[in-house]
Design a protein around this ligand. Structure first.
Ligand code: APR
Ligand code: PHB
Length: 387
């Protein structure tokens, strides 16, 4: 088999890249280890930055987003006794959208780009030559080979692509956090119109949402937390304490929990994001803690830079953008990595009183100083792509 761009991974990065390349007249084949149904059904958050929405709009993927998504002007920051709204639109002119990523995936799968699902033994070959190729076994176990001009690793943090960059070339940075998130989905109307990020001495809590009838909430818990120790009632009771149930007449309405999971938190960056004819995009190159809602948006930003670079390289033999891709992408990666770390360390209880005083001082500053609030707002709502 032959194509121009072999894309490994059918998550947001891989499928959006295939769509952008198709619009640019470049052939691509997506190789995915999971089934098409699984990929299209993964329920994941979508806090879409302003730039993400603009990009999806520009390539014909904004209709359902605007029909089924929810535009939010900002977020609430809270600590015991106080809750403050940050209005991103007033501060920066940019809003964010809450939109199930599942819909984006469904639209991308529906766009019908060539993809081979349920593969195994994905192996990258000769990525530092002009004739890279990928071998794999298809769903029937038949050994296949896909020859390409370029290979793009969109295979997330556990895929093989980032390891195809030689040890002597590759550099990684990793930070793990001393806590995790316990997340629940519940069939109950959200108790808030916009997201509430709450600092509390017992630990962080987040009230997010999926729709007018589905809420998404998180609690900071110790690493290694066993879900068996957190029956639904205990989760709701702890959320009520941390989110300030009863404060200024506000109440948290519990409801039936339909999903419960514990998510570890880490920051990870690998450089470079290009080696020869191999390019990396999305979680294959970087992971951020979810506090800043940057995971999906960073994947989109990478692809927004990579697609024009590959179109120029393969259609006009102009390597200028391709040669700049890694440096350009990493500027935003480090900005979002810092912001996600900053939001995480500002909002999560560490058990240390000195830390607590610093955290509360930061929260008082970003909710009372226009400069402080604007700093948070421009990072959360998203800097222009190419920042
Ligand atoms: N061969 C083929 N496909 C693979 C392999 C492999 N060996 N290993 C992993 N994959 C696939 C996974 O099954 C997954 O569908 O690569 C895809 C990676 O997709 P994501 O993990 O969603 O990563 P990405 O597309 O970069 O999306 C980044 O989206 O939902 C958000 O927060 C999430 O940060 C994440 C962001
Ligand atoms: C979510 O809705 O799952 C969500 C929202 C905002 C975050 C993290 C997760 O910062």
């Amino acid at each position: 088999m032959r194509t121009q761009v072999a894309i490994i991974g059918a998550g947001p990065a891989g499928l959006l890249l295939a769509h952008l390349l198709w619009r640019g007249g470049v052939e691509a084949v997506v190789l995915e280890t999971r089934s098409q149904e699984y990929v299209a059904s993964r329920i994941r958050a979508g806090i879409l930055e302003h730039s993400t929405v603009e990009l999806l709009d520009s390539v014909g993927l904004g209709d359902r987003l605007r029909a089924e998504g929810f535009e939010h002007r900002g977020i609430y920051l809270q600590w015991p006794g106080e809750r403050h709204h940050l209005d991103f639109v007033d501060l920066t002119g940019r809003s964010v959208w809450v939109y199930g990523q599942t819909e984006v995936q469904k639209d991308l799968v529906a766009a019908g780009h060539e993809a081979i699902y349920e593969i195994t033994d994905t192996t990258l070959h000769d990525v530092d030559t002009e004739r890279p190729y990928v071998t794999f076994r298809d769903a029937d176990g038949v050994a296949r080979r896909l020859n390409a001009d370029v290979v793009v690793g969109c295979d997330g943090s556990f895929g093989p692509s980032r390891h195809a960059i030689p040890d002597g070339v590759r550099r990684t940075w990793e930070k793990t956090y001393p806590y995790s998130w316990l997340g629940i989905l519940a069939d109950v109307a959200p108790s808030t119109d916009e997201l509430i990020y709450a600092w509390h001495p017992r630990g962080f809590a987040l009230h997010s949402l999926r729709s007018p009838t589905v809420s998404r909430l998180y609690l900071q818990v110790p690493n290694g937390t066993d879900l068996a120790d957190w029956p639904d009632d205990r989760v709701w009771d702890e959320l009520a304490v941390r989110l300030g149930h009863g404060q200024d007449g506000w109440t948290l309405t519990p409801g039936p929990v339909t999903d419960k999971s514990v998510l570890p938190m880490r920051s990870f960056v690998q450089t470079p994001m290009r080696h020869g004819r191999l390019f990396l995009a999305g979680d294959a190159a970087h992971i951020v803690p979810p506090t800043g809602a940057k995971g999906l948006n960073l994947a989109v930003a990478d692809v927004g830079l990579l697609a024009p670079a590959l179109i120029a390289l393969l259609r006009e033999k102009d390597a200028t953008l391709a040669d700049r891709y890694s440096a350009d992408a990493l500027r935003r990666v480090w900005r979002c990595t810092h912001f996600s770390w900053w939001m995480t360390t500002m909002l999560h209880a560490s058990g240390d009183d000195f830390d607590a005083q610093l955290q509360l001082s930061q929260l008082r500053w970003v909710t009372s100083s226009e400069a402080g609030a604007t700093g948070l707002a421009e990072n959360y709502a998203g800097l222009p792509i190419g920042f």
